[in-house]
Design a protein around this ligand. Structure first.
Ligand code: HEC
Ligand code: HEC
Ligand code: HEC
Ligand code: HEC
Ligand code: HEC
Ligand code: HEC
Ligand code: HEC
Ligand code: HEC
Length: 465
């Protein structure tokens, strides 16, 4: 498909151009362009932790009780380096809740806590804040007695692990084995879809350490000489200490901290090292490559996306995120630094106060509406009934942030084989306008239709500088 075919043809589009040009002129004259950085409410994350906290390199050498760090005026000497907490062992997140009830109350709503759910004869339960979660049965022909674990089922989709420890695939089971959750932004309604339909019936897919390294706490690879299996299930080679991404996944094992609680004997990941390992493909990769398939970015590529974001490339996740709070179910508290805290000169321009409406779905325009479009797919993507002929709507927001204002469609965003996102000589990527503008401006909802070239022409210099 060649982008040059999509010319602005409608009279409506031409009228818009004139209107926008006037808006632009006003903006160019009135814009200050001062970027205030770093933001006032986020200083600790941007400072080098080790320059101000000299004791952090030897966190466990001091006697745990030799100082009382609890008075607000005294500095807290965190363990910022030793992820093992001096060789401690995993004791389970329940042990943390007694003393850190506030953090635990946030964590229980986060997807991390519900990533892997052990099934005991009945459907897993999810907190009521997770309004899109749960509400599904096992794949057709199965009961909950046939299911050992549910993977996810909280954010976008659920997959099912059988009693032998294999992920149920369509190829093996002969029925659809992935349940997609409700997702209003792309019009997806809950339902079954195939998962690995091409898999040979005699080749079940193991749910082993290669998966649960990112889905559990305290994962341990199997020793080839003396193989270990979680719950003795043959598909689950390797073991883990606890299901889901729980407290000790990011803070390290807690057996030394709990009997003698002090900041210095529990790891705190101020740099976001742990986040980067899982929000990436494969685990712990550092190639910067953003993998793709079927015209969408693959899900869990937030770390390489951020590396490709130009202006945000050196940020860690905590610059914007509270690590304990769910973005999907507690958006206000999850994001600690908003776009406009730093980009004080930017506005929504001609989208100020606009509300996008398509059927039951409504969205108040925000910076994220354009800069974090659904260019990523976890479970579902919209068809033409929702996205129009040229719009693109997956089901996860991208962290690339940069927008390509050339009149090109999504194919220009990917390598020729479609397997990765194209990056320029400085390692930067950019999202095309069919994800950015045409997810709304496709004539299906209340936003008038735009062609790719019309959208690109308006997009260029949109903030007036
Ligand atoms: C018996 C009560 C208790 C239990 C149980 C407990 N903690 Fe703590 N925790 C504390 C105290 C007290 C501090 C020190 C707070 C300070 O110095 O400001 C602390 C500090 C921390 C810190 C550093 C806080 C900071 O201000 O940087 C983290 C992280 C932490 N705990 C995580 C955990 C985890 C994970 C668990 C479970 C494995 C856990 N805690 C179990 C009492 C407890
Ligand atoms: C996904 C990783 C992750 C998980 C899971 C996690 N934490 Fe944290 N936690 C962090 C990071 C990163 C920080 C440091 C945040 C910062 O300084 O900006 C932190 C900070 C803390 C602090 C000190 C500051 C604060 O926010 O109060 C405590 C206490 C704490 N965590 C306890 C816990 C407990 C208890 C759990 C489980 C209920 C838990 N954490 C789960 C990553 C995590
Ligand atoms: C051990 C692997 C692992 C680590 C470490 C990890 N994550 Fe995650 N993260 C996941 C998985 C798996 C999910 C999906 C959870 C689900 O769907 O139930 C997820 C989901 C999320 C979500 C969306 C959840 C929601 O409820 O909206 C955010 C935001 C997130 N992670 C941020 C972070 C940040 C920030 C850090 C570091 C402080 C981090 N993650 C560390 C594996 C990890
Ligand atoms: C490198 C880390 C990593 C590995 C390995 C990994 N995942 Fe995930 N997975 C994630 C993260 C992070 C998320 C959530 C964030 C996202 O989707 O962008 C996720 C999300 C999911 C979800 C959706 C959960 C929900 O509530 O919507 C399912 C299902 C899933 N993974 C299954 C698998 C299976 C099956 C395997 C092994 C074949 C696997 N994953 C391997 C990191 C990983
Ligand atoms: C510049 C700010 C910023 C940085 C840095 C950032 N995020 Fe986000 N992230 C956001 C915002 C804003 C949202 C929520 C957008 C919304 O839904 O309104 C978000 C949402 C998410 C989601 C949920 C996406 C979805 O569609 O459900 C995940 C997962 C996530 N972030 C992971 C990460 C990880 C991992 C890192 C670090 C590698 C990171 N983020 C760094 C701003 C940021
Ligand atoms: C902690 C401060 C901070 C936050 C929060 C932040 N930004 Fe940025 N952003 C920067 C800095 C610094 C740059 C680089 C300087 C510049 O390009 O002006 C930048 C650059 C950018 C760029 C240009 C990238 C490029 O290199 O082409 C875009 C687009 C952008 N930000 C959008 C956003 C959006 C949208 C959000 C909210 C989801 C956001 N930013 C949140 C500080 C921030
Ligand atoms: C989340 C949906 C959404 C996204 C994304 C979006 N728009 Fe809009 N846009 C709207 C809605 C809704 C309106 C108001 C339509 C109306 O009132 O008729 C609008 C209005 C406009 C207008 C007319 C403004 C005026 O003053 O009447 C232009 C031009 C426009 N959009 C261009 C774009 C371009 C170019 C992009 C991508 C860079 C974009 N939009 C992204 C929803 C969106
Ligand atoms: C209607 C879609 C849309 C909305 C809404 C939007 N932007 Fe943009 N933004 C763009 C486009 C398109 C570009 C690229 C312009 C170019 O390259 O000529 C851009 C560029 C940027 C840049 C980098 C270039 C520059 O002009 O400095 C930053 C930073 C930025 N936007 C921040 C924001 C922030 C902050 C918000 C929310 C207040 C926001 N944007 C809202 C479409 C949008």
């Amino acid at each position: 498909m060649s982008a040059s075919q999509h010319r602005p043809t409608g009279a409506l589009v031409r009228t818009m151009f004139v209107g926008v040009a006037v808006v632009f002129a006003a903006l160019v004259m009135g814009t200050g362009c001062n970027l205030i950085f770093p933001p006032v409410n986020n200083e600790p994350n941007n400072a080098e932790p080790n320059t101000t906290e000299p004791n952090t390199t030897e966190p466990n050498s001091a006697e745990p009780n030799s100082a009382e760090p609890n008075t607000p005026s005294e500095p807290v000497f965190n363990n910022l380096t030793d992820r093992t907490n001096n060789g401690a062992t995993y004791i389970g997140s329940k042990a943390c809740m007694a003393c850190h009830a506030d953090v635990a109350a946030e964590q229980i709503v986060h997807g991390h806590a519900h990533k892997l759910n052990k099934v005991q004869g009945q459907a897993p339960s999810y907190p009521e804040e997770g309004t899109r979660a749960g509400g599904f049965d096992p794949p057709e022909g199965k009961t909950w007695d046939d299911v050992a674990y549910v993977i996810g089922g909280y954010i976008r989709k659920a997959r099912f692990v059988d009693l032998n420890g294999y992920v149920m695939t369509t190829g093996v089971e002969g029925v659809n084995t992935q349940w997609n959750l409700d997702f209003p932004p792309n019009g997806n309604t809950p339902g079954w879809v195939p998962y690995e339909a091409d898999r040979a019936p005699d080749d079940p897919k193991p749910y082993n350490e290669s998966c649960f390294v990112c889905h559990t706490t305290g994962p341990m690879p199997s020793d080839p000489d003396h193989p270990t299996f979680q719950d003795n299930r043959p598909g689950m080679e390797g073991t883990f200490a606890e299901t889901g991404v729980q407290c000790e996944s990011c803070h390290g094992p807690g057996s030394n901290h709990v009997p003698n609680p002090a900041a210095r004997n529990i790891y705190v990941d101020k740099e976001g090292v742990t986040c980067n390992e899982c929000h990436n493909r494969p685990f712990q990769s550092d190639t910067g490559e953003i993998l793709a398939s079927g015209g969408y970015i693959k899900h869990h590529e937030q770390y390489p996306e951020l590396q490709a974001s130009g202006g945000h490339a050196t940020f860690n996740c905590m610059v914007c995120h509270d690590p304990h709070v769910s973005t999907n179910y507690d958006r206000e508290n999850a994001i600690t630094t908003d776009c406009t805290d730093c980009h004080t000169d930017k506005t929504l321009d001609f989208h100020e106060g606009k509300i996008f409406v398509r059927g039951d779905y409504t969205e108040r325009l925000s910076c994220e509406s354009c800069h974090m479009p659904y260019a990523t797919k976890s479970g579902s993507a919209a068809g033409p009934d929702i996205a129009g002929e040229f719009g693109r709507i997956g089901d996860m927001r991208t962290h690339i942030f940069r927008i390509n204002v050339n009149p090109v469609d999504y194919t220009a965003m990917f390598s020729d084989d479609g397997k990765s996102v194209v990056r320029d000589s400085q390692g930067r990527a950019a999202v095309t306008v069919d994800y950015v503008c045409l997810r709304c401006h496709n004539g299906v909802g209340n936003a008038f239709g735009l062609t790719i070239s019309a959208a690109a022409a308006i997009a260029e210099g949109v903030h007036g500088n």
